[in-house]
Design a protein around this ligand. Structure first.
Ligand code: ATP
Ligand code: ZN
Length: 287
């Protein structure tokens, strides 16, 4: 019997952990005992899950200890390992930014010349400085980078930012964005044929889950004389479904709307005479 399993590395705890486990679960993959474990297996998909520090994931995937992994682009690019991105996952969004004390004057990257920069991302920061022809001193620290200027360890920092509230609380302001990042699925560069096939199956599910999240199922009632106008507003997968209502002269119209234009279209539908509009989440969407 074929016992081939796909081995995936995900973060053991931290900002990517919940979303990574949830993504696998939404793909219909049952995981037992995920708490405080180094690894676990699924009963209903040939998947073995390794729980690791995010910093180690690119190396494990490059070495083939894990076939695939979920990691932030920031870590992947910083570690500079041979692991190919197969899919952006849409969570763990943040940016690597340069931030300076609010009182410091800033006239562009040249203001960083000769400064001491505290960061956990020496490789990416060095690349940024080189590209901008700026010479500065990089101080690598592994955590709590944002307090470095306050304690005199550095003049400025380069750190991950999402809302900016941590920077603000530490008297810093963001002045340059070095990298936009999100969680990505990466793979080892020489996967075997069976692993590739399992990865394809997993990717098919991931894409269906992602697509469903970007779309809503919409139902509404429409007077028959307005149907034509209403239908013309709906993109739909093919054309919308139209069903007669018990009340003569009315129909029920069903369609799928993507989130990019969702509110605009809902407003237009109302204006065109649609009533009782219901919006329902979609769990999976297979094209
Ligand atoms: P580990 O113990 O696994 O090394 P960590 O402390 O290095 O964890 P976390 O803070 O859990 O890492 O962040 C993991 C990833 O989450 C980051 O590398 C980044 O891709 C993403 N992320 C999203 N938003 C933020 C943010 N505001 N600050 C830090 N990381 C963020
Ligand atoms: Zn880490």
């Amino acid at each position: 019997m074929d016992q081939t399993k796909l081995r995936i590395a995900i973060q053991k705890s931290g900002r990517l952990y919940e979303d990574s486990v949830q993504l696998l679960r939404e793909c219909g993959i049952d995981l037992r005992n995920v708490k405080d474990r180094l690894k676990t297996e699924s009963d209903n998909f040939p998947l073995e899950v390794f729980f690791l520090r995010d910093d180690d994931i690119p190396q494990y995937v490059e070495d083939g200890v894990a076939d695939i992994g979920i990691v932030g682009e920031n870590v992947l690019l910083e570690k500079n390992k041979q692991a190919a991105v197969v899919e952006k996952l849409g969570f763990g969004k943040c940016r690597l930014s340069v931030a300076i004390p609010r009182s410091m004057e800033y006239e562009g990257v040249t203001s960083l010349q000769g400064k001491r920069i505290a960061t956990s991302y020496p490789f990416l920061v060095n690349k940024f400085l080189t590209e901008n022809l700026v010479q500065a001193e990089i101080h690598e620290i592994s955590g709590s980078v944002e307090i470095a200027p306050g304690i005199g360890l550095a003049d400025v920092v380069a750190d991950l930012v999402s809302s900016g509230s941590t920077l603000f609380m530490n008297g810093l302001k963001e002045v340059e964005s070095i990298l936009q990042s999100q969680a990505v699925l990466v793979k080892n560069s020489s996967l075997g044929k069976q692993q590739e096939q399992l990865l394809e199956r997993l990717l098919f599910r991931i894409r269906a889950v992602k697509k469903a999240k970007r779309n809503k199922y919409v139902l509404m009632n429409a007077p028959n004389e307005k149907l034509k106008d209403i239908i013309s507003l709906l993109p739909g997968m093919r054309s919308p479904t139209v069903l007669p209502l018990a009340e003569p002269g009315w129909s029920s119209v069903h369609s799928v709307l993507s989130e990019d234009r969702f509110w605009d279209i809902i407003e237009e539908l109302k204006a065109a005479g649609a009533e009782g509009i219901l919006v329902v989440p979609i769990e999976k969407m297979v094209m």
